[in-house]
Design a protein around this ligand. Structure first.
Ligand SMILES: [Mg+2]
Length: 165
């Protein structure tokens, strides 16, 4: 496989919660390997963006197996393993394939039944593609926050201008 193909996601969405579970189900996907930082929560943060927790719950109710695979430290990944009650691997060394293989084995699923969801081309997408998994790139949670902040700031300036006038 050429290097650029390895860096090309099969699907791109704005947020985790924009991914259609119907679509994944129809593709025969039964398991989801999900990145933590900037995919599930802001980088280094603990608060879920709107819709993300509900999406996870919906996926669980539909019978999707979910596995966190993160390059973050154990303490941080453990917090989410416990709060979401889903298994996970910390210090995964993505794009190396070891952690993805371990997740597949623990879910008891084949490569063509698993999607990798993450915000980074060089870890999540590359690693997933190397193993032949379905790869989904989401835009980083932090950048979305920055975008939102910029919009709010612009509104604030307009309101202040009006108030002064
Ligand atoms: Mg990430």
């Amino acid at each position: 496989m050429s290097w650029w193909k390895k860096l090309t996601p099969d699907l791109m969405t704005e947020s985790l919660s924009d991914i259609s579970l119907d679509f994944l189900g129809k593709k025969g996907i039964r398991g989801l390997i999900i990145d933590l930082d900037n995919t599930l929560v802001p980088w280094g943060g603990f608060e879920f963006p709107p819709g993300v927790k509900a999406w996870i719950q919906e996926a669980q109710e539909r019978g999707f197996k979910i596995f966190l695979v993160s390059n973050a430290l154990e303490e941080r990944v453990n917090h989410f393993r416990e709060s979401l009650d889903i298994p996970g691997i910390s210090q995964a060394q993505k794009p190396r394939r070891g952690a993805f293989r371990l997740a597949l084995a623990q879910m008891g699923l084949e490569k063509n039944q698993v999607a990798v969801i993450g915000d980074q081309l060089f870890t999540d997408v590359w690693g997933g593609n190397r193993l032949g998994l379905f790869t989904i790139l989401v835009s980083p949670v932090n950048e979305k926050e920055l975008f939102f902040t910029r919009v709010v700031r612009r509104l604030e300036r307009r309101v202040l201008k009006r108030l002064k006038a």
